[in-house]
Ligand binder design. Structure first.
Ligand code: 13P
Ligand code: SF4
Length: 376
């Protein structure tokens, strides 16, 4: 395999982007109990007034997840968020998540108004893959099929043949590999490495990473496993190889929640953003969830298993954005139309894949779910 790779530091804010320090500084303080109640009332009324629906990711605050659920919105992984926003009849989508999720919603529904509580909520993978540098990388490898992760800008998607999320990336790359295609993958090196290993595909990897998952430590996880030998280990594939190697299940956020419900274990160690624990506890009551370790003794971390950009979504800025209609996502129509092609390809593939799985009745083939269960 070629050794040539490209990497861009995500922690260096460039242009108008919001780096890790700025993100933590913008995380809103938790309102008082009384203020929370008022804000929730206000948001419910505003969603109705604006004919809007709330589309939230599992990593945002539990209060926002609850509001999305109770008002007919959705709480989901990035693939389901994209599908839900596209198919919903609402005039306005309010995306509680990070910028690439809002952009994907706008690309799929250019006629809808897409709002976000804070437009500075970005992602280290998106920041680490600037469109101009990525485009030059693609130009240098014209023989490769370009597959990008959802966690990228609209301009990067516009340069791609395929977009994938963590719930369907493995299947799509396996299919491309079976057709003899060589892959240029960006930006997450851990997810790319995991897919490469599972499929045997020829993949050239951009060297980006998620600052949350990159901090999980294999050695510390192994020690925790020894402490709880009965626990099953659930890992998001943005985590380093040493962490994935210890997993019982590797999968997208939805697939990890499904595993927590379906697996016959009482205790789970979870290596992904701790925002997911809210849904896991609701979906699997009576089971115990333990956060995977992010650092060794006396070490520091930038995220401590919580994404600072996801944390920028709060009740107050959600109410404000609905009231004032500001923080609208715009995508250049030409870029949007081009970026839609790889997204539609993925959604079509995912729909065909789901039908095949349902017809076979083999849930083990449902995405990456249970992919490591029973592995040596
Ligand atoms: P999912 O597609 O699994 O929801 O992941 C999105 C993400 O940003 C994970 O860090
Ligand atoms: Fe990006 Fe990681 Fe935050 Fe997900 S958790 S939005 S991949 S930085």
């Amino acid at each position: 395999m070629e050794a040539s790779i490209r990497s861009v530091e995500y922690d260096r804010p460039h242009g108008l982007t919001c780096g890790v320090g700025e993100a933590w500084a913008k995380v809103p303080d938790a309102p008082s109990v009384e203020r929370k109640r008022e804000l929730k009332e206000q948001i419910r009324a505003l969603l109705k007034r604006e004919k809007a629906v709330l589309v939230a990711h599992y990593y945002v605050d539990a209060e926002l997840q609850e509001l999305a659920d109770e008002t007919g919105g959705c709480v989901a992984d990035s693939l389901e968020m994209a599908r839900f926003g596209r198919d919903h009849a609402a005039d306005t989508l309010v995306v509680a998540g990070v910028r690439f999720m809002g952009e994907t919603a706008k690309i799929l529904s250019p006629e809808k108004r897409v709002l976000m509580p804070d437009l500075d909520a970005t992602c280290s993978l998106d920041l680490g893959c600037p469109a101009d540098e990525f485009s030059a990388f693609c130009d240098a490898h014209p023989d490769r099929t370009v597959v990008v992760y959802a966690n990228t800008s609209a301009a990067v998607k516009a340069r791609a043949d395929w977009m994938v999320t963590s719930s369907i990336g493995l299947e799509i790359v396996a299919d491309l590999h079976a057709r003899g295609e060589k892959i240029l993958w960006a930006p997450d090196r851990h997810l790319g490495g995991y897919i490469q290993k599972k499929t045997g595909a020829d993949m050239l990897l951009w060297q980006g990473s998620c600052l949350v998952h990159d901090e999980f430590k294999g050695i510390e996880l192994d020690l925790l496993r020894a402490q709880y030998p009965d626990a099953k280990i659930l890992v998001h594939p943005e985590s380093p190889e040493a962490v994935v190697a210890l997993a019982d299940v590797v999968g997208s956020t939805t697939q990890l929640i499904d595993a927590a419900v379906r697996l016959d274990a009482k205790r789970f160690i979870v290596a992904t953003d701790l925002g997911i624990l809210h849904k896991m506890r609701l979906a699997a009551p009576g089971k115990t969830f333990i956060e995977a370790p992010t650092a060794g003794n006396s070490a520091t971390c930038k995220s401590c298993a919580h994404c600072p950009w996801m944390a920028m979504n709060g009740l107050a800025n959600l109410a404000e954005v609905l009231e004032r209609g500001h923080n609208e996502i715009f995508v250049d129509p030409e870029i949007g139309a081009r970026a839609r092609l790889p997204i539609d390809r993925m959604l079509d593939f995912a729909a065909r894949h789901k039908k095949r799985v349902q017809a076979s009745g083999d849930l083990a083939k449902d995405g990456a779910l249970f992919s490591n269960v029973g592995a040596a």
